[in-house]
Design a protein around this ligand. Structure first.
Ligand code: SF4
Length: 375
């Protein structure tokens, strides 16, 4: 499938060819962490939003002298790439106070000589209520003004509405792809879908939408590779490592749905294109499927993950989190209890991100879980 190969190649390179082409046109690229950033503001400023991850890091020795060994390996890998020039193709970086780990990664990178020309922290409330919504609106407006001032651009409503439409199209296409995944004969493996999600976060959306449309056509015409395999949903934090899912799927399973920070949680909600576009973006990002960082929203999260599990009629649920990630770790403990109570087998898998990933232990635990389901 040509489209799948194209997106897989994009997902495998930190500075992929679409980023290089964009920069060669003299245009800016700004990195960001976390799905609470309204990317459309950057896109409307003709700046390419690029999701920062710790892809391809071999060791975190520099970052470890600034962060500790009890900080999550994702935050340490991101900082390592920042320090070592891995993100020098970016013109700036926008962080969110998602958790203290990523917050400290930002503080250390900003204070270091390797800091990018534009470094920004967008505070996001941890509660969903009218006061929080007002605060988030004010912060998003401040962010928009900071982008306009620093990059000497103007973010006009017309461009913002255009960006909102392009991003909604991406979300609709992903829902189509996830409908195909949920079929009895899923045409794509979870490993392949992680690469598609990764590419989506690192290239211009218009080009991505074009390729994803082609991929859906190719996929609809192709036959399944997953007959008779154990059907799984994977939920949790940032998952851009196809190897993690490959290790599970090689054991005779297929991941047919997810509730990942990079996946369904990130694209399930559309922006209302009927009214004031900035207000609509604020509503969409503030209220989208809540991350565990949002206090008091557990039941919404459980309902969403359960809905995804039921629509793909899975046999079991994998709840993954990165070691020392209390945000997702605590949530997964509750989700496991509630899924088991609902009669859906669930397993918590704690993992490392990047170079410390421990495939052997994960495979052993996944093997035992699959045997339990098959019994
Ligand atoms: S994985 Fe968890 S601890 Fe690490 S940056 Fe994300 S939310 Fe924070």
């Amino acid at each position: 499938m040509r489209a799948l190969e194209e997106l897989t190649e994009v997902s495998e390179n930190l500075e992929n060819k679409y980023v290089s082409d964009w920069r060669n046109q003299g245009k800016k690229v700004v990195g960001y962490v976390c799905s609470y950033l309204p990317e459309e503001i950057l896109y409307a400023a003709d700046i390419l939003p690029y999701r920062i991850t710790g892809k391809g890091v071999k060791d975190t020795s520099q970052a470890d002298s600034y962060l500790t060994r009890v900080n999550c390996t994702f935050s340490r890998c991101c900082l390592e790439l920042g320090f070592s020039g891995g993100f020098d193709f970016l013109d700036g970086a926008v962080f969110i106070n998602g958790c203290d780990h990523i917050r400290r990664a930002y503080d250390n990178w900003k204070a270091h000589q390797s800091a990018l020309p534009f470094m920004y922290l967008l505070p996001v409330p941890h509660l969903i209520n009218p006061e929080g919504r007002q605060w988030y609106l004010e912060e998003v407006v401040k962010f928009k003004e900071a982008i306009e001032a620093y990059f000497e651009v103007e973010v006009i409503d017309e461009k913002l509405s255009e960006a909102a439409a392009v991003y909604n199209e991406t979300r609709r296409l992903f829902k189509k792809l996830y409908d195909l995944r949920a079929k009895d004969e899923p045409p794509l493996s979870g490993t392949e879908v992680v690469s598609i999600l990764s590419a989506a976060a690192a290239m211009p959306k218009k080009e991505f939408n074009q390729i994803l449309s082609e991929l859906i056509e190719e996929t609809e015409a192709s036959s399944s590779k997953a007959t008779g395999k154990v059907r799984l949903l994977v939920a949790g934090s940032l998952m851009d490592d196809p190897e993690f899912l490959r290790n599970v799927e090689d054991l005779g399973a297929v991941v047919v749905a997810d509730a990942l920070c990079f996946g369904a949680k990130n694209f399930w909600d559309l922006t209302d294109e009927s009214g004031d576009v900035l207000e609509a973006l604020v509503d969409r990002y503030y209220n989208h499927v809540p991350c565990p960082r949002m206090a008091g929203e557990y039941s919404r999260r459980f309902d969403f993950v359960k809905e995804q599990a039921e629509r793909a009629h899975v046999d079991g649920v994998i709840l993954e989190h990165i070691k020392f990630c209390d945000t997702h770790g605590a949530d997964n403990a509750l989700l496991k209890k509630d899924f088991e109570a609902a009669g859906i087998p669930a397993i918590e898998l704690e993992r490392q991100y990047g170079p410390l990933a421990d495939a052997g232990r994960l495979r052993t635990r996944a093997q035992a879980f699959l045997e339990r389901i098959r019994r």
